[in-house]
Design a protein around this ligand. Structure first.
Ligand code: HMG
Ligand code: MG
Length: 302
């Protein structure tokens, strides 16, 4: 019989990865109300926004106001993405708990996303990690396009390991490996994790799947077989990267929580409260959310 973990940590990225790809900008009050509902649902981690350039991601231009207005609950880490020193300063001004630096395993996506080559990005992020640590903040590091790039196609596992090792050497506390465009299949995840095991500390590893082709949950199952117990997800399956053509929704938190609870694996998350938060943001966005849980709920509600 396969062995499963007793507990899994889910990091909610909906307010950031979810909303950054929406065609409409969600009003500040609604964002704050939504994040407050998420805070009641039992998460230990919520990535609430990004301190990036407002021209690049207009949907998140109110990161500072969001940080100031949400009701922060004890026991929850409130995190935000920062691409550079300017973003870090804003994040520190608003007293976030954790900052996330991000870069890509493929040069083309990196340039399109943050306007720098991989080599040019290292010194920028190194300074951010150092400064953040001096300010007493923990730092998460994302590597994108680890299973495939919309511009370069397949990405070698050792290339992913090289970029990841550079971030780890800078001192990041956690590494999140992203299937940005949702191309990974379970066998590929198994093979890649088997290889990364030689190079990367799995106790610091989180997986970040997008569900473009419906394989995200299967990829979680395979990752759990490699003892990975931290996963990023966005409520309702919102999400995508505006600078990765073809990227669509994240792994849906509600589908993940449902599957794990059905399997007897704890998440600490309350499914009823999750449903309330999903219905709220669905109403604000005025469109049916793509998760399976929301499809069931929406059918029941008509
Ligand atoms: P740039 O144009 O190269 O920036 O953009 P720059 O350093 O040349 O500065 C130009 C101007 O921008 C200056 O202002 C700076 O002050 C200002 P000016 O002097 O001209 O008035 N500026 C800023 N303003 C506000 N906040 C900042 C900031 N930095 C500089 N932080 C930059 C470079 C990185 C800023 C830009 O490319 C950017 O903001 N990119 C963000 C892209 C993004 O957020 N993508 C989505 C997140 S990644 C993702 O979704 C993947 C993930 O989910 C994992 C996965 O799925 O794989 C994490
Ligand atoms: Mg993502």
């Amino acid at each position: 019989m396969l062995e499963w973990p007793e507990k899994v940590t889910i990091k909610e990225v909906g307010p950031r990865d979810g909303l950054q790809n929406e065609p409409v900008e969600v009003p500040l009050q609604d964002k704050v109300a939504w994040i407050d509902l998420l805070s009641e649902a039992g998460y230990s981690y919520i990535e609430f926004s990004s301190f990036v350039h407002p021209k690049w991601i207009p949907q998140l231009k109110d990161a500072k106001e969001v940080a100031e207005m949400i009701s922060r609950k004890k026991g929850i880490t409130y995190a935000a993405l920062v691409p550079n020193r300017r973003g870090l300063e804003s994040a520190i001004d608003t007293d976030v708990d954790e900052v996330s630096v991000f870069m890509s395993a493929s040069d083309t996506h990196n340039k399109k996303n943050i306007n720098k080559s991989i080599e040019e990005t290292y010194p920028v992020l190194k300074e951010v990690v150092q400064e953040a640590k001096l300010e007493g903040k923990s730092v998460r590091g994302y590597v994108s396009t680890v299973f495939g790039c919309p511009y370069e196609g397949a990405i070698a596992t050792d290339q992913v390991a090289r970029v990841s090792e550079c971030l780890l050497e800078m001192g990041i506390d956690e590494l999140s490996l992203g299937d940005t465009i949702g191309v990974a299949n379970p066998r590929q995840v198994d093979q890649a994790l088997s290889e990364w095991k030689q190079w990367l500390p799995f106790d610091k590893l989180a997986m970040h799947f997008h569900n473009t082709r419906g394989m995200a949950l299967s990829n979680v199952l395979v990752s759990m077989q490699h003892n990975i117990t931290t996963f990023d997800a966005a409520l309702g399956g919102l999400g995508g990267c505006p600078y990765a053509k073809g990227a669509s929704g994240n792994l849906a938190t509600d589908d993940l929580v449902h599957m794990l609870h059905q399997m007897g694996i704890e998440t600490g998350i309350d499914e009823e409260k999750l449903k309330e938060a999903a219905i709220y943001i669905q109403r604000v966005l005025n469109k049916a959310l793509p998760s399976h849980q929301m499809q069931v709920i929406n059918k029941e509600r008509v």
